[in-house]
Design a protein around this ligand. Structure first.
Ligand SMILES: NC(=O)c1ccc[n+]([C@@H]2O[C@H](COP(=O)([O-])OP(=O)(O)OC[C@H]3O[C@@H](n4cnc5c(N)ncnc54)[C@H](O)[C@@H]3O)[C@@H](O)[C@H]2O)c1
Length: 405
C-alpha cells in the first residue's frame, strides 16, 4: 500500500475523512458527463503512462473526479490547492483511495501554500497544471528548481491572474504554457455564468442575508464581474459597478447598471465584492469609507485585492464570529464583516463553481494536457491560448451533454 512507501509523501488534515470525501465525489461524478467520456478515452489510450503531473488547483470534489480521469490515463499525480479552499475530506480520499500525493489543508496560510507548491514541484513533474502561476514562479525563477524545470514538457495555467503574471513577471519561459483562461469557453461560460452564480451562492450561504433590495458594489466588471452583477441583479439587488477602464464602465452603464467611483459607492453599499485580478483594488483609504455594517468579500484569485494589512491597521479589534465571517471593529466606530478571510468567496464559503461548469473547464484542462503530452516539445515556449480545435471539441461535447434529453 502506497501510504507506507517512503517516497509517498503528503500533508493533509485527517486521513480518516476519506469516506466522507468519496461520498462527495460520488454526487459530483454523476454530473460530469463530459469528463466521464474523456476518462474512458484516457483509460483506453493510457496517454499519460510514465508521466508525472504536478498540479495546483482547488482540492475539492470536482477536481477529485478530474484526477480520476488523469490517473485512468496512467499519470502519477501530486497536487496542492489554494489557501482556504481545500475540502479536507476530498484531500483524504485522494490520498487514501487513489494514491495521489496531496499537499493541502483548508486551514493553510499563504506561506504554507507556497511551501506546498514547492513540494509538488519537487516531485519533478513532466506536466504542470497551475492556478495563479505559483508553480511557474518557482520553476522559472528559483535556481533550486533548475533540475525540475528542465524536465517539464509543458504546462497549463487556469486563471486570469496567472495569465497576467506569466506575461508580466516572467521573462524567460522555457516550456509552453496553455492559458486556459484565454479561451472563449472559459471566459464566457465559466467566468460569466459559473462564477456569477457561485459567488452569490457563497455570500448567501455563509451570511444567510437577503440580497434583494440591498445596495451592492462590484469592483471589476470583467467576465467574472459581469456574471456576479447579473446574478445579484437577478435576486433584486441594486448593483453599482466600479471599474478603472472607461469603456468597461460605459459597457456596464449600457447594460443598465449604476457606475461610480469607489469613493461614491462605498459609503452606501451593504455588500462590496472585489473581482479585478489585481492587488489593492480596495486600499486602506477606501476601507475607511465603507458603510457601517458592510459585508466585504473577494471573488478574485488572490486575497491581496483587499488591503488586509491596511484593514487590520484601521481596526481596534478583529474576531471570527462565524465559520466564514470575521468582524472588524474600526477605530472610526464602524463595524465591517469580511467573508472567507478574503479568499475567493465562492470556494472558501461555498463549493466553488457549479459542477456542470467545471465539467467543461476540466475537460479543457484534460485535452490541453493530452495535447502537451504528445506535442509539447514541438510548441514554442511561453503562454499561449488553448488550440481552437480543443475549444471546439469541448464546446461540442458540452453542448451535447447539456441538451441530451
Ligand atoms: N472565484 C473564482 O472561481 C474565479 C474564477 C475565474 C476567475 N477568477 C479570478 O477573478 C479575477 C477577475 O477575473 P476576470 O476574468 O473577470 O478578469 P478580467 O480581466 O476579465 O476583468 C477584470 C476587470 O477589473 C478591472 N480592474 C482592474 N483593476 C481594477 C481596479 N484596481 N479597480 C477597479 N477595476 C479594476 C479591469 O478593467 C477589468 O474590467 C481574477 O483574479 C481571476 O483569476 C476567480
Amino acid at each position: 500500500m502506497w501510504l507506507n512507501m517512503p517516497d509517498f509523501t503528503y500533508d493533509i488534515e485527517d486521513i480518516d475523512l476519506a469516506q466522507q470525501g468519496l461520498k462527495r465525489m460520488d454526487w459530483v461524478r454523476e454530473r460530469m458527463p463530459v469528463l466521464h467520456g474523456i476518462k474512458e478515452d484516457f483509460t483506453r489510450t493510457k496517454l499519460f503512462d510514465g508521466l508525472r503531473i504536478g498540479i495546483c488547483l482547488h482540492v475539492e470534489a470536482k477536481t477529485g473526479v478530474w484526477l480520476e480521469a488523469l490517473a485512468g490515463g496512467g499519470a502519477q499525480i501530486a497536487i496542492t490547492g489554494s489557501p482556504g479552499t481545500a475540502q479536507d475530506e476530498v484531500a483524504a480520499a485522494l490520498v487514501a483511495e487513489y494514491g495521489i500525493q496531496v499537499f493541502a489543508r483548508k486551514s493553510e496560510t499563504f506561506d504554507r501554500h507556497l511551501d506546498y507548491a514547492a513540494r509538488v514541484l519537487a516531485t519533478e513533474p513532466d506536466l504542470i497544471v497551475d492556478n495563479g502561476a505559483d508553480i511557474h514562479m518557482l520553476a522559472l525563477t528559483n535556481p533550486d528548481f533548475s533540475r525540475a524545470k528542465s524536465k517539464i514538457i509543458g504546462a497549463t495555467e487556469e486563471t486570469t491572474t496567472g495569465g497576467f503574471r506569466l506575461r508580466e513577471e516572467i521573462t524567460a519561459h522555457v516550456f509552453p504554457t496553455i492559458v486556459i483562461n484565454d479561451s472563449r469557453a472559459k471566459r464566457i461560460i465559466e467566468n460569466r455564468y459559473g462564477v456569477g452564480q457561485s459567488v452569490v451562492d457563497g455570500i448567501m450561504r455563509c451570511s444567510n442575508l437577503l440580497i434583494g433590495g440591498r445596495r451592492t458594489t462590484v469592483i471589476g466588471y470583467g467576465y467574472c464581474g459581469q456574471g456576479i452583477a447579473r446574478a445579484l441583479r437577478g435576486l433584486g439587488a441594486h448593483v453599482t459597478i466600479v471599474d478603472i477602464d472607461p469603456l468597461t464602465r460605459l459597457e456596464a452603464h449600457t447594460e443598465g447598471y449604476t457606475t461610480a467611483e469607489l469613493e461614491e459607492a462605498l459609503p452606501t453599499s451593504d455588500f462590496v465584492i472585489t473581482v479585478t485580478g489585481r492587488p489593492d483594488a480596495l486600499r486602506r483609504e477606501h476601507l475607511a469609507l465603507l458603510k457601517d455594517g458592510a459585508v466585504l468579500c473577494n471573488a478574485g484569485m488572490f486575497e491581496t485585492e483587499i488591503d488586509l494589512p491596511g484593514l487590520r491597521e484601521l481596526s481596534v479589534e478583529s474576531n471570527p464570529i462565524m465559520p466564514d465571517i470575521r468582524r472588524f471593529s474600526l477605530e472610526n466606530g464602524k463595524t465591517i464583516y469580511l467573508l472567507g478571510e478574503a479568499n475567493s468567496v465562492n470556494l472558501s464559503a461555498g463549493d466553488g463553481n457549479p459542477i456542470e461548469i467545471m465539467d467543461l473547464g476540466l475537460a479543457m484542462q484534460s485535452l490541453s494536457l493530452a495535447y502537451l503530452a504528445s506535442k509539447g516539445r514541438t510548441l514554442p515556449a511561453g503562454p499561449q491560448n488553448v488550440p481552437g480545435e480543443i475549444q471546439n471539441e469541448v464546446a461540442v461535447r458540452t453542448l451535447r451533454a447539456w441538451t441530451r434529453s
